[in-house]
Write a protein that binds this ligand. Structure first.
Ligand code: HEC
Length: 106
């Protein structure tokens, strides 16, 4: 009996730990949008080297999160320089901004 209890505890501890970690990283994975100022700063520093912002403005409101991720990966293949954190942020920005948003289109 004793060993059964102990292995049950050994199982519960990592599960609880995992749930705790999942709860903490949850919002970041769904992609809580950074502030408009942060989004604007990212676009203005990372995305205007190769094309005008109109390129990005035109795409607002037409892509899912997955599609934006794919687009950003493509930009990186072209030579855009973004850390993992910046990629997540910009995807969260672009997938949440409405069509014609001043953040990108102004
Ligand atoms: C190193 C160069 C480079 C940088 C930096 C760059 N792009 Fe691009 N981007 C391109 C090229 C090249 C194309 C044209 C691809 C085509 O015409 O099919 C493009 C096209 C696009 C398009 C239109 C096609 C599509 O996927 O909808 C969007 C939107 C876009 N870029 C967004 C961005 C964003 C957002 C950033 C900043 C994170 C960025 N780009 C930074 C090279 C770059």
């Amino acid at each position: 009996m004793k060993t059964v209890k102990r292995s049950a505890i050994l199982l519960v501890v990592p599960v609880v730990f995992f749930l705790f970690m999942a709860a903490c990283s949850g919002p970041a994975e769904i992609g809580e949008a950074p502030s408009e100022a942060a989004c604007s700063a990212l676009v203005n520093t990372k995305c205007v080297r190769c094309h005008y912002k109109t390129r990005i403005c035109d795409a607002l409101g037409t892509k899912s999160v997955a599609n934006w991720k794919r687009s950003i990966k493509f930009m990186i293949k072209q030579g855009a320089q973004l850390t993992d954190d910046e990629q997540e942020k910009i995807v969260a920005c672009l997938s949440s901004l409405p069509r014609g948003s001043d953040v990108v289109c102004k």
